[in-house]
Structures are given as structure tokens and as C-alpha cells.
Design a protein around this ligand. Structure first.
Ligand SMILES: Cc1cc2nc3c(=O)[nH]c(=O)nc-3n(C[C@H](O)[C@H](O)[C@H](O)COP(=O)(O)O)c2cc1C
Length: 165
């Protein structure tokens, strides 16, 4: 059965844009997690969009306690489709649970204090990492220079899933 709403959590705005893009195409209402907690009924069927934080999807567990999450879309620095297994493990999701990742971006100006420090550490770690994969190289470039990779094309697989359920 199709989810009835889109719930998202966004730190610097990339995830919010993806959630709204998905809402525009599908006609589903879109709520930030805080809004959803007030306006949606508990247990409502929803798709959750959240930004990737150290390999997990921020606030997924909070969202899953409130709503019946039918699919997860993580917005990340890595390329679209990367880090799926890491999300599956860290969110405790089964092998048949639909998980998608889409490339978002990095806006240093919008990062607040604590997260700015997290990005500094991640940049340091990635710069020193030997034998980086092409995905890790792409991530490092975004970490250093910033950038915006939001595009409807990245949501292709999520749209395909939505059409089928
Ligand atoms: C503390 C921190 C940790 C992050 N960890 C990851 C990560 O593990 N993998 C990844 O691809 N991106 C990671 N990112 C990047 C964000 O997921 C990415 O910038 C995303 O587009 C942010 O979405 P938002 O604008 O909705 O907050 C991290 C960002 C921060 C601030």
C-alpha cells in the first residue's frame, strides 16, 4: 500500500528540498518530523527522508516510533545509491525493507557549530584515508569545496518504488 505522507528531517535544507520534490510529483503531503508529530496521526503510513549522519539516517528511529515507515530515503554526500548497507545495519532494517540514498550536498555556511566540527573531523579522516573509492573521492571533494547535487534524476528509484506499491 502506498504511504500517505512524506516526513523529513533536514539540517541544512538538502533533504527538505528532496522531500518537497517528491511531494510535488506524487501529491503526498510533506511534513518536517516536528510538524508531523503534531499534525499526523500516530501510526500513519509514511516515507521518511533524512540526512545521513555518520552512516545512519538522522532521526529515523524517532520517526519510526511515531509512524509506520514504509521506505527510507537517506540524503548523503556520497553518490546516489551509496551506503545502503550501512543504513540498513545502523537503522536495524530487514533485507526486504526499501532503502534509497540520494546525493544532496554540503553548505558550510548553514552548518551549525556542533555539526561544523563533525564535518571538520570527517574531512580530516577522509583526507588521510588510503585507497579511497571513487565514491569516497566524490565525498571528500564535496566536504572540502561544498556543492549542491540535488536533482530529480537522483529520485528515479524512489519514484519507481512508489509506482509499484
Ligand atoms: C556530522 C555529519 C556527519 C555526516 N555523515 C555523513 C555520512 O556518513 N555519509 C554521507 O554521505 N554524508 C554525511 N554527511 C553529509 C550530509 O548527509 C549531507 O551534507 C546532506 O546533504 C545534508 O542534508 P541536509 O541539508 O538535509 O541536512 C554528514 C554531515 C554531517 C554534518
Amino acid at each position: 500500500m502506498k504511504p500517505k505522507a512524506i516526513v523529513y528531517s533536514s539540517n541544512t535544507g538538502f533533504t527538505e528540498r528532496y522531500a518537497k520534490m517528491f511531494g510535488e510529483e506524487t501529491g503526498m503531503p510533506v511534513f518536517s518530523l516536528n510538524e508531523a508529530a503534531e499534525k499526523l496521526k500516530k501510526g500513519e503510513e509514511a516515507i521518511y527522508f533524512g540526512w545521513l549522519m555518520a552512516g545512519t539516517v538522522a532521526d529515523y528511529k524517532k520517526a519510526a516510533k511515531l509512524f509506520d515507515i514504509k521506505a527510507v530515503c537517506g540524503v548523503c554526500l556520497g553518490t546516489t545509491g551509496s551506503q545502503i548497507e550501512s543504513v540498513r545495519k545502523s537503522c536495524g532494517l530487514s533485507y526486504d525493507f526499501p532503502i534509497f540514498t540520494v546525493q544532496g550536498g554540503m553548505d558550510h555556511a548553514k552548518l551549525n557549530g556542533g555539526y561544523g566540527f563533525g564535518i571538520k573531523m570527517l574531512t580530516k579522516f577522509m583526507s588521510k584515508k588510503k585507497n579511497r573509492t571513487p565514491d569516497e573521492d566524490a565525498m571528500l571533494e564535496l566536504l572540502i569545496k561544498g556543492g549542491d547535487y540535488v536533482s530529480k534524476d537522483n529520485l528515479k528509484k524512489v519514484f519507481e518504488w512508489y509506482e509499484k506499491v
